[in-house]
Design a protein around this ligand. Sequence first.
Ligand code: GLU
Length: 304
Amino acid sequence: MEYADILKTIEQEIKQQKLTGKVANYIPELAKVDPNAFGMHVLCNDGSHFGFGEQHTPFSIQSISKVFMLTLAFKYLEEQEIFKRVGVEPSGDPFNSLIQLEQEKGIPRNPFINAGALVICDILLEVCGNPQAELVKMIQRMADIDKVPINQDVFDSEMKCSQRNQALINFMKSFGNIKHEINEVLTLYTHFCAIELTCAELAGSFTVYAKNGKLSDGTQLITASQTKRINALMQTCGFYDEAGEFSYRIGLPGKSGVGGGIAAVHPNELSVTVWSPPLNKKGNSELGMYALERFTTLSGVSVF
Ligand code: GLU
């Protein structure tokens, strides 16, 4: 089956799906999004692309930005430097959990849970002159786009209710694994979470992970080995405590966010993104998971 036909089939099927998921509301601004919005975009490494629905509507990428944060850190530091402060194991716990941190002495399990991404932000504050501007510029290059907006209302809204992220930073600081001021780390992290991209733009940026670290113009952004590491982490840690289920049902490395977005790649083949705000109990887009499962089933494009 051709990709265009597969997406047509998925578009029909999702209309029949009964949704039980709920739009994230712990960040009040995110609750304002249209729960019926749905977009999907597939970008093949040869440049051909397919999509439907609200594939060109910007949405809050939230935790998907954690992949970009790690990518930027890789541009500055050897992996040993990064991974002495954060692990590479799945957590099996919710994204904002504090539980493991006490037993593991302030070293987060991986860079794709909040604690791990907060450590990466602390590292970026140390190694980059202006991490926020550099991350935005990097995404612009990756997706070949002019603008990467940060939604100020989403940022303000999350800053007002970020007690848990503050607690994570504070706790890790007590173990010496955060070097900057709590507010500085939190502000950077929350700005990154408030980035908005469309499905098409997100698929464009994720091409790098499908192309062994190369941008669309052939320039090497990160090394092939670093890309392998990022994809491995997405595969094992990209979906909160549902990473096993995502591997089982979809079989691609990817990352989700509580804004309802999911970005995934098949190395050497394609990137694929979906956006549908209602989340399942584990915090992943319910319809997004369904659409991606159908995509890999109908196309046979899975790493397993
Ligand atoms: N900004 C969100 C938080 O820290 C990101 C969560 C997510 O998308 O997983 O709670």
